[in-house]
Ligand binder design. Sequence first.
Ligand code: SAH
Length: 344
Amino acid sequence: MKDIRTLSLQELTDYFVQIGEKPFRAKQVYDWIWSKNLHSIEEMTNLSKPLREKLSETFVINPVSVDLLQKSKDGTIKNGVKLHDGLMVESVLIPTETRTTACVSSQVGCSLNCEFCATARLKRMRNLEVAEIVDQVALIDRQSRLYFDRPLSNIVFMGMGEPMMNYNNVVDAIRKITQPEGLGMSARRITVSTSGIPKMIKRLADEDLKVKLALSLHSAVEQTRNEIMPFSTKFPLTEIMEALQYWYEKTGSAITFEYCVWKGINDDERHIKALINYCRKVPSKVNLIQYNPIGEGKFDHRSVAAEEHYVRELTKAGITVMVRRSRGGDIDAACGQLANKGTE
Ligand code: SAH
């Protein structure tokens, strides 16, 4: 049976008209599924019982479910989220003193091949449906209220997958998350993180969604970037920059560059200079992310001194730089560690 959440408002309206019901029924159902995140047709109490029964004969709702919940000693919660076909993704709740951030997945596995990322090693891949993305947000919002007594405040598309490779569903999900008749969250508190697909960055700029954009850079030296993120040979840094400049022109929103420092890979002056030059081309700031080991020897040499050197040089060059403390490392919930490990 068809999931009722795959229907647009228009399709729902057509359906109700076709079965001789009033068109406004569509709005009522839409409100239950997208605003209240209701997972049961039976509980749509403003519809008559016969109508609910009729709906149930035609449609289902396939919610995601939490299969495994792990809590880190720093408060981070990692959810192993089961989809209706049995596949799994991970969604992480990251609490700080003032906020709760949901780190959500956009694909099962990932179609890209960043050598330092655990998700890239997963073979099975499919795009998440709109409802599967919205469900992750709704479930983390519920957890935030339950465990931290406050609603979810921020969303980052930094879980499994490349959001730009599931573009339509990610954009539709963001609309449902932000629309007043959806979950009503502020788009300014949503960050889409991409490894850099120029055409899609431009397309997202044209959507007028008001979301923030983060770009996983890791190296502004073409050759190095191609080595550690092999797919990027198709997307030269100059093309990415052109897309970022377009993004800034259209949205007025500065870019965040995500960057790990690895000894022997990008810790020398040449890489620092290249990063500074790259940052100067577009309003931006740098988040230095702590590398989370995934057992790939060549990346396993973290150098705090090298990170500090980056911070000094970037600051001297007038570039805003933040060092991002890693969260949830003890339960493999940190960036790049999402690989359904607990469920294997
Ligand atoms: N595909 C998107 C979003 C998912 S990754 C993207 O590439 O941006 C979220 C962030 O974690 C990215 O910046 C990614 O480069 C980074 N990351 C991947 N593996 C990591 C690891 N092992 N340690 C730290 N950060 C990692």
